[in-house]
Design a protein around this ligand. Sequence first.
Ligand code: NAD
Length: 252
Amino acid sequence: MDWSGRVALVTGAGSGIGRATAEGFAQVGARVAVVDRDEDAGRATLEAIGAAGGEAIYIAADVADEQSVAAAVAETVRRFGRLDAAHNNAGISPDTGTTVDCTRVLWDQIFAVNVTGVWLCMKYEIEAMRASGGGAIVNTGSVSSLRAAPQLPAYVASKHALIGLTKVTALEYAAENIRVNIVCPGVIETPMLMKKAAEGFFSVDDYVQSSVPMARAGQPEEIASAVIWACSDSASYLTGATLSVDGGMVIA
Ligand SMILES: NC(=O)c1ccc[n+]([C@@H]2O[C@H](COP(=O)([O-])OP(=O)(O)OC[C@H]3O[C@@H](n4cnc5c(N)ncnc54)[C@H](O)[C@@H]3O)[C@@H](O)[C@H]2O)c1
């Protein structure tokens, strides 16, 4: 895979899955816009890419804020001249409790980042991709895009919503050479997962043994490789697809 001359933007690129995708895109030669609201995290990814000989810029942006997203895409195009691929990955999963216990504030925060954030990113990315003659987008869903999990009403609803949004956008821009797909990770060893485990939400080992047929957690790089493939010319006929990358979790 040779991405030289091409440009990728990754949100939530300061940590976990987004960081692995940003590093992966840089490894295959893309110039990468590392977008994250956490500056220290974003700059750490930038340094790692630079140390490995890749080319990237860090852009501070909150995906829930329209001006911030518009500015991030504009800055990417200003610095790199085009946009070929985007991984809309930033997401949050704060503890909400059950449907009854979830507060309106948390519900709105989760939807603002996980759903509105992805919509805003696509809104501006598609304009930039049109100017580049086409492109490919992957949104990060979850096994929670496809099935229920107790105590996560807003998260599960937000991730289900992304499948619908991905399909609509894929349909709308298919004829303009812009492909849109969603990757649904299972249990992936990232700071988000480890934080939840540390808070006592679950034990990773128990969770994996009871829910993952492959009997292990996934690594962020195993999601990144699926995302980069789905954005690549090797996946040139793939659009509107939901790809589960979960060690078999959703079929169990
Ligand atoms: N880790 C898993 O097991 C798992 C499973 C399924 C889906 N996912 C999804 O994968 C994505 C990445 O998760 P992760 O585990 O790598 O999480 P993470 O918490 O390790 O990383 C998320 C990154 O997104 C950034 N971010 C959060 N809100 C943002 C915002 N509003 N604007 C810009 N940046 C923001 C954070 O600063 C952080 O750097 C999320 O959408 C998550 O829902 C994760």
